[in-house]
Write a protein that binds this ligand. Structure first.
Ligand code: M6R
Length: 611
């Protein structure tokens, strides 16, 4: 996740910026940079040395000009354009007199950049961010503040930005939409940052900027106005957190913070994917339309939660595209002598893009001539570099070992891929693709609504305290949700938890059901709902404690349950994105009640680069 910082009025702004960048490192980043205003010029250094970039900047900064009073800095988590010094922020305009740092995604960057190039600008990076600094360059006649006001309405997407101008050396202009920006005032210093931890060492006089407001940050003062120029009082922030609590945004742990970020992870993954005429475009995919249309089989390989996301995708792919779709655990696939050819699309799904088994499985697919693509959360990961195409989930870095926001973003990315294939193959018409994209776009709101029911889930978890054996059941797309619910619970609570397709119960597992066993079943409405209820009756009559995930208001389902986890109804093929959320919350509460460290569960690593 990118981090923004700026300081003006300080004796040594560079020191404040570098310290702030260190404090933002916990968010994960791949490159970093700083720009200082030096007289009537700007000085800049940028590094793309992965998580060593800030340390590397410190070395480069020894050559910084003395006497600068103003500067901005940035840690970048790549989304548009690979990690490289050219793509690292701050970005300059054509004159080199303006510098900008940006966090978020400018959704209409392609259209804006086409216009800029036509008007003679040279864009030096592959990023979406750079367009804004060139737009500002065109509007500077009445100064930087007015330029920012004029440009904001032209942007779509999410952003928090800080900009400096060599012609106005004691000014930083900040603005935001849907991504936070915090302002700070210290003795003779004006500060700005994307996150509170970056400023905590400097001041506790902090203020929040609201959407589409513009902040003028000067030595010892901040002034906030609307886009129209009306002065507004910024909201003062009371911060009682220490640094560690601030890095977790006041949450008890990263898992909790990351579950809370799921609506944004889903929304960001959907940003920028549909053209004005309704066509879906997956820019970074690098596979030509003809190549996609020629595919006659899809093979997906993954591990853990990524495998569960892939299983959800199988239902969507087969239904929407009519392409035969196989989903394999990567460690099995690579040794089972799979049959692939040039018309096979092999998809690796991996949050990290580094999991060795998935990487080797992709290599095997390529060796057999298949087109290989990856769904990854890390730009320029090993898999992204080796695959023929890539589709990025934009969940931001995930620090908790148990995957939450990346899992949801993976499902959404794979469903986007399925819809795009359906469009190119002509198996779904434009109106249906449009309708389904609209339903996908509603998911962030529904995930947020579900997260808002955390207290109710906690009550169910508390009622289950002491239980040792859990079964998770589902049918159709509810089956991978059950697998994911069981995985989350076993990973962080160390309780025995198995996920099964409910129809398989009678073929063995039902022998294990006895009084005291907890059965959690996904029983939202879909074509197999009635069959699911029959399976629920089977375990109820054997004494299991039944917890059902049910659609809001569905009393017919609820009366079969000891406890209900209510969710807003969602189109069945998209429902896993919402239905898995109460299962994450349930696992989290049960694990915390047992006193476990949910961020670092025993025996597990975040990225598994060994067999
Ligand atoms: O980075 P990847 O998505 O390739 O990782 C795959 C699994 O190791 C990962 O999903 C693991 O199962 C998580 N701990 C699940 O919470």
């Amino acid at each position: 996740m990118c981090g923004v910082i700026g300081a003006t009025g300080a004796q040594d702004p560079l020191e404040i910026i570098l310290e702030g960048l260190h404090r933002l490192e916990y968010r994960g980043y791949d490159s970093a940079g700083v720009a200082l205003v030096e007289g009537d010029r700007l000085w800049r250094v940028r590094e793309a040395d992965g998580t060593r970039s800030v340390a590397a900047l410190e070395v480069l900064a020894r050559g910084a000009p003395a006497g600068s009073r103003t500067g901005i800095g940035h840690t970048r988590w790549a989304t548009h354009g690979r990690p490289s010094p050219e793509n690292a922020h701050p970005h300059f305009d054509c004159t080199g007199g303006l510098a900008l740092v940006h966090n978020g995604i400018i959704e209409n960057h392609a259209e804006l950049s086409a216009g800029l190039v036509e008007r003679g600008h040279t864009l030096a990076s592959e990023t979406d961010s750079e367009v804004l600094v060139h737009l500002l360059e065109e509007e500077l006649d009445q100064g930087l503040v007015e330029a920012v006001r004029r440009c904001l309405p032209r942007l779509r997407g999410s952003f928090s930005v800080a900009v400096v101008h060599a012609g106005e050396p004691e000014l930083i202009v900040g603005a935001r939409r849907a991504t936070p920006l915090v302002l700070g005032v210290a003795d003779g210093e004006g500060l700005v940052a994307s996150d509170i931890p970056a400023l905590l060492g400097r001041t506790r006089r902090l203020f929040a900027l609201a959407d589409d407001e513009v902040a003028e940050v000067r030595p010892g003062e901040v002034r906030v106005t609307t886009v129209e120029g009306r002065v507004v009082e910024p909201t003062a922030l009371t911060v009682e957190w220490d640094l560690e609590a601030a890095q977790k945004a006041g949450c008890d742990d990263f898992m909790s913070k990351e579950m809370g970020e799921q609506p944004k992870a889903v929304a960001d993954t959907l940003l920028d994917r549909r053209k004005a005429d309704g066509t879906l475009v997956l820019d970074e995919l690098r596979l030509r339309v003809e190549e996609l249309a020629a595919v006659d089989k899809v093979v997906i390989v993954a591990c853990g939660s990524s495998y569960h996301a892939a299983l959800v995708a199988k239902y969507a792919l087969e239904h929407w595209t009519r392409l035969p779709t196989e989903v394999d655990i990567a460690s099995e696939f690579r040794y089972r002598d799979p049959v692939l050819d040039g018309r096979t699309l092999a998809v690796g799904v991996s949050q990290s893009g580094e999991t060795l088994d998935t990487l080797q499985a992709l290599r095997e697919a390529k060796r057999q001539g298949a087109k290989a693509m990856v769904v990854s959360n890390v730009v320029d990961s090993s898999m992204a570099r080796e695959a023929d195409g890539v589709l990025y989930t934009r969940a931001g870095p995930e620090i908790g070992v148990a995957s939450t926001k990346c899992h949801l973003a993976q499902i959404v990315a794979l469903e986007l891929l399925a819809l795009t294939l359906a469009q190119h193959r002509g198996t779904r018409g434009r109106p249906e693709v449009t309708e389904l994209f609209e339903r996908l776009s509603e998911l962030p709101g529904k995930v947020a609504e579900t997260l808002g029911r955390r207290k109710e889930v906690d009550q169910v978890a508390d009622a289950l305290a002491g239980a040792r054996d859990f079964f998770f059941l589902g049918r159709h797309v509810g089956f991978p949700v059950a697998l994911e619910g069981a995985l989350k619970l076993k990973e962080i609570s160390y309780l025995r938890a198995e996920g099964y397709p409910a129809g398989e119960l009678k073929h063995g597992p039902i022998a294990l059901i006895e009084p005291g066993t907890v059965v959690v079943a996904v029983a939202t409405r879909n074509p197999l709902w009635e069959k699911m209820l029959s399976n629920v009756e089977e375990v109820r009559s054997r004494g299991a404690t039944v917890v059902l995930v049910a659609d809001d208001g569905d009393e017919e389902t609820a009366r079969r349950a000891d406890h209900v986890l209510w969710v807003p109804p969602v189109e069945p093929l998209l429902s896993p994105v919402v239905n898995v959320v109460p299962l994450q919350l349930l696992a989290y509460r049960l694990a915390r009640a047992l006193g476990h460290d949910v961020d670092r569960p025993r025996n597990l690593a975040k990225t598994v680069t060994v067999e």
